[in-house]
Design a protein. Structure first.
Length: 388
């Protein structure tokens, strides 16, 4: 069975008012449209033509919908969640837990009696949230820690090292990050103001992108410790179809752009700054991986004519990009799958059957786990997300 999906749009304040409407061909409604969700997460599941949600379908017959092996491996839960993400403003500085951290944190929040939809709850479910974001156009982000020496070099170039030296402590990333994130907002204001002035006056070339980003953050978040934490993170500018993979513990903040995002089927986010949402610095620090990330950008690998794979090693999802130019392309993926068209058109055909679904940009389809391979044809770009 392959069926079209009706998907929900989340109207978070940081979302673009135009990017998702332009991609889908819809008329903008003036509200921010931040994320278009495709999957079976209980808070916003996709809906089938029958009117039943994908979450309810899986809950009623996990083995039949996911396949016996996938259902057993993921304890009857749909393994991944796909999104189109459109950021007009920066998202929070955040990280996501590992499986063991999520299990422990979820149990603690449950024992404390915190409602699952409460704004001050850290763990919405007991799953980790590794994720990949693939740019659909130029995309700006802060991703992973740069070596501390590189951050000191940035401060030296900006001429503000003396003002922040006491927060860098003894040269440990963990200590510097924790100190930045824990600084009182009143004490942050003069530091952010000084950093903003230094960035606006910077005339060099080596750190021009960093200075531009920091200057904007200083203006938008004048009392937010996350601005100082941004000094420690890699500033990344992705071009179309370049990606970043964010395993558990990776500190990041998406800044601007539109991308196709896939993650384990979780909504666990631990925030530390650049937001007015719930912040829990000690809990965030407890899950963070402080190992510097030298090369944040992930390129796809051609695995077949028209098919590019993004190799992450993640057990919850596999992502393939399919370029269509008239000729059919068979995609060697198995298990439950979501096919999402992001440009042009794509027709999804289950091999050996007459089951087909035609997709335009921004539309998606679902294939049950027991189905065989699928063929895509049309003219455009689609992503096939599977459990493996």
């Amino acid at each position: 069975m392959v069926v079209p999906l009706q998907n929900s749009i989340r109207d978070y304040a940081w979302g673009s008012r135009t990017a998702i409407p332009e991609l889908t061909g819809m008329v903008p409604d003036g509200k921010p449209q931040a994320e278009l969700w495709m999957g079976a997460h209980e808070s916003a599941p996709s809906v089938l033509p029958s009117g039943e949600s994908l979450f309810d379908l899986v809950s009623a017959d996990a083995s039949g919908v996911l396949g016996e092996e996938t259902a057993a491996r993921f304890e009857g839960r749909f393994p991944f969640l796909a999104k189109i993400l459109a950021a007009e403003q920066p998202l929070s500085i955040q990280a996501h837990p590992s499986r063991s951290q999520a299990i422990d944190g979820y149990a603690r929040d449950e024992a404390a009696g915190i409602p699952r939809d409460a704004n001050d709850r850290n763990y919405k479910d007991a799953w980790p949230k590794p994720e990949i974001l693939i740019a659909l156009g130029p995309f700006d982000a802060l991703v992973g820690f740069r070596p501390l020496a590189a951050s000191i070099a940035l401060l030296e170039a900006l001429g503000v090292l003396d003002e922040l030296r006491h927060l860098l402590l003894d040269g440990k990333l963990e200590d510097a990050f924790t100190s930045f994130m824990s600084t009182d907002r009143d004490a942050i204001r003069p530091l952010v103001a000084g950093l903003g002035e230094a960035c606006r006056g910077y005339e060099g070339a080596e750190f021009a992108v960093e200075a531009e980003t920091l200057s904007r953050l200083c203006e938008d978040f004048p009392d937010d410790p996350g601005v100082l934490a941004a000094l420690l993170l890699n500033r990344v500018r992705l071009e179309r179809f370049q990606a970043v993979y964010l395993p558990a513990g990776n500190v990041h903040a998406y800044l601007h752009g539109t991308g196709f995002e896939v993650m384990a089927n979780s909504d666990n986010v631990l925030r530390g700054g650049l937001t007015r949402k719930h912040i829990d610095v000690p809990e965030l620090v407890s899950v963070v991986d402080f190992e510097p990330l030298e090369s944040p950008v992930l390129e796809g690998t051609a695995v077949a004519p028209g098919v590019t794979a993004y190799e992450t090693g993640c057990e919850y999802f596999a992502v393939r990009r399919v370029e269509l130019a008239g000729e059919p392309v068979e995609v060697d993926a198995t298990g439950p799958r979501i096919v999402a068209c992001v440009d042009g058109t794509a027709e999804v055909v289950v091999v050996g059957t007459e089951d087909t679904v035609a997709l335009s940009a921004g539309r998606s389809a679902f294939l049950q786990g027991p189905e065989g391979p699928c063929t895509l044809r049309g003219s455009g770009t689609a992503f096939v997300v599977s459990a493996r």
